[in-house]
Write a protein that binds this ligand. Structure first.
Ligand SMILES: [Zn+2]
Length: 299
């Protein structure tokens, strides 16, 4: 196979650089699987794939893997697809959950959160803080009407807990251009509704997640493109992103979500008073009632 065309686009140096980068993808469902294959097709050379699920018949209409892979772990099915696109790729697969394998984050340059459930995203957030790794999260809205993607550097801006509190639960406090974000897309417990969208609507959000991941991998190179904010909201149809303000299909809005200085998960990273305060655990956080922890909806 030939990488000539990609090399002409990115340059030999960048392509070589990407070939040596490692992406950790946690959750290999519709979104995560698509991101994995897309990054392999863009020159990324090393992958750590983590997912505890086996591919089931009902997954197939919304997955990069097909009928032949039913019954196999999703990580193995996606690893094969990566190698079909890039035989030189190094792929480590783990059938399991991130909480049991978070030491693997030490091996990766960036994390892609391919999970649906908010609880899993909080676990990834904590692991990324511990290992000081950037992560790119995506969420698809009810019926695939849109979605959002955010890039989180825990030692710089908001951690995912800051971000989610701001955008998922504290929506009334979010103001951009004087407009309030609309609650409509969020479930009563402050998490995204699990009602799935069509594959093509999921992968539009996942394509942005893959592209933003690729860009962040290049952060130390001249090929890096500076983004307008840390979060993009994508509309797949007419979408009321802000209260009373409907945006057109296929448009996007950028939002900069700030760090919460009082965040129970990450504020210890930013203390300047020398206090040695320990971060709270996920269970402690849940017991405080600040977050709603949902079980993952597997898809
Ligand atoms: Zn935080």
């Amino acid at each position: 196979m030939s990488w000539d065309r990609i090399e002409r686009l990115l340059g030999k140096e960048v392509l070589t650089y990407l070939g040596e980068r490692t992406v950790g993808i946690i959750g290999l469902g519709s979104g995560g699987g698509f991101v994995a294959v897309s990054l392999a097709m863009s020159g990324v050379g090393k992958f750590v794939l983590i997912d505890s699920d086996v591919l089931e018949a009902h997954n197939i209409v919304r997955h990069v893997a097909g009928n032949d892979d039913i019954g196999r772990p999703k990580v193995d099915a996606v690893a094969d697809l990566i190698r079909q696109r890039n035989p030189a790729a190094q792929v480590k697969t783990v059938v399991g959950r991130i909480e049991d394998h978070d030491d693997l984050l030490a091996e990766v340059d960036i994390v892609v959160a391919g999970v649906d459930g908010e609880r899993s995203k909080y676990i990834i957030d904590q692991a990324c803080i511990e290992h000081n790794r950037p992560a790119v999260y995506a969420g698809v809205y009810e019926r695939g009407e849109g979605g959002d993607v955010c890039v989180i550097y825990p030692d710089e801006g908001p951690c995912y807990a800051c971000w989610a509190e701001h955008l998922r639960e504290g929506l009334a406090d979010v103001s951009l251009n004087g407009d309030e974000l609309d609650y409509g897309m969020i479930g009563p417990d402050g998490t995204l509704e699990a009602e799935p969208g069509l594959w093509l609507h999921v992968v539009r959000v996942a394509a942005a997640q893959a592209d933003m991941t690729l860009n962040e991998l290049l952060v130390d190179t001249d090929a890096y493109r500076s983004m307008p904010a840390n979060t993009v909201v994508l509309a797949n149809t007419y979408l009321e992103i802000y209260e009373g303000q409907t945006v057109l299909p296929y448009t996007a809005e950028w939002i900069n979500v700030p760090r919460n200085p009082e965040c129970l998960v990450c504020s210890h990273l930013h203390r300047t008073d020398g206090a040695d305060e320990q971060p709270v655990s996920l269970d402690e956080l849940a017991s405080l009632g600040n977050v709603t922890l949902e079980q993952d909806d597997e898809n």
